[in-house]
Write a new protein. Sequence first.
Lengths: 219, 219
Amino acid sequence: MMITDSDQARPIPEPTLRRLPTYHHFLKTLEAEGREAVSCSTMGRELNLDPTQIRKDLAMTGITGRPKIGYVVTDLIGAIESFLGWNDIQQAFLAGVGNLGAALLGYQQFNRYGLDIVAAFDTDEAKIGRQVQGKEVMPLSKMADLARRMHVHLGIITTPAEHAQYVADQMVAGGIEAIWNFAPIVLSTPEHIIVQDEDLFSSLAVLSRRLRTRLQAMQ
Amino acid sequence: MMITDSDQARPIPEPTLRRLPTYHHFLKTLEAEGREAVSCSTMGRELNLDPTQIRKDLAMTGITGRPKIGYVVTDLIGAIESFLGWNDIQQAFLAGVGNLGAALLGYQQFNRYGLDIVAAFDTDEAKIGRQVQGKEVMPLSKMADLARRMHVHLGIITTPAEHAQYVADQMVAGGIEAIWNFAPIVLSTPEHIIVQDEDLFSSLAVLSRRLRTRLQAMQ
């Protein structure tokens, strides 16, 4: 999938976007160690990636390395953060406060990655009004109205599969533009809604098939 | 990525593997409603997918539909389960019992999808010896030895990034062949180890970039 970037009117390949947080994490480690500069070949060696690919990816952020020196670590960190919009915190609602929902609510690192889950919703009376990871759980029936009033544009679905479509409909009704869907179903949404599926069961299917094939070959 | 299937000596595209659990979930819904047969065009309409693609995907499992009738729902469910190895439970170890680790330990559905997380490991003395989601947490130092003795081939890493490489090394030392990595780093492992990264921060990077581009365009 190619993502069109309205800023620069040039498409950004999804694999590049996916690698940028990896570079960022590595660069933060270097920064903590007091390193001032880094080259693509060093990064390539440490991250098991092709240096040419890394150079191309980093060029997307608008920063270029200098011959012999490479990149200034702090500049590169700043360029990635600004490119990915991490300085500009995106507020989100989460629906479905089960184990996975609670885990995501507790991910303090999301804040550093530009995401702030400001409220959680559920239909379970036993959960409503309680605090989970420091966030109050509110009734799902209030979600759409609150999303509209608070101008929240991102929704996270961590409900069981059978409730996910209803929740998605409520999110769309509340003016939410992008859905991060952890439920193992294909959501039906208006064309303009951005949906990103995070289907653990699909990943598991790929992984266990590969492992099974491997184990059979070893026998 | 293409995955070679040693059974049939023909490559299985990863997108096909990723879609099979979606078909399975939909078919289970039909089965619960008492439906006996289903066509690719019905599935395509309900799942927002191209019927020709669905037919191709399902053919991978070795089952073919009949003209006018389509597929027998229970047969198709059985074929997918057997193709993905869900009848043949894979035991796994999980390392890192934080919020995400606990969430995965609590995912009862994994059992239906061929995965049984048999033990959890951590280095935190406060967690060791306690039960989390009904599984006892054991010291990480015992993991490699136990993996070898129990013939566990699958490891799940849900530690913070800074501990993930050490855990991976321990898993490899214990004879684990496949790693499902939820930590946001690129693991360095011997060539033959199957690693599947499940990097939420990378997904978030893609999603927030897309959303930000959308919101800019709407202004």
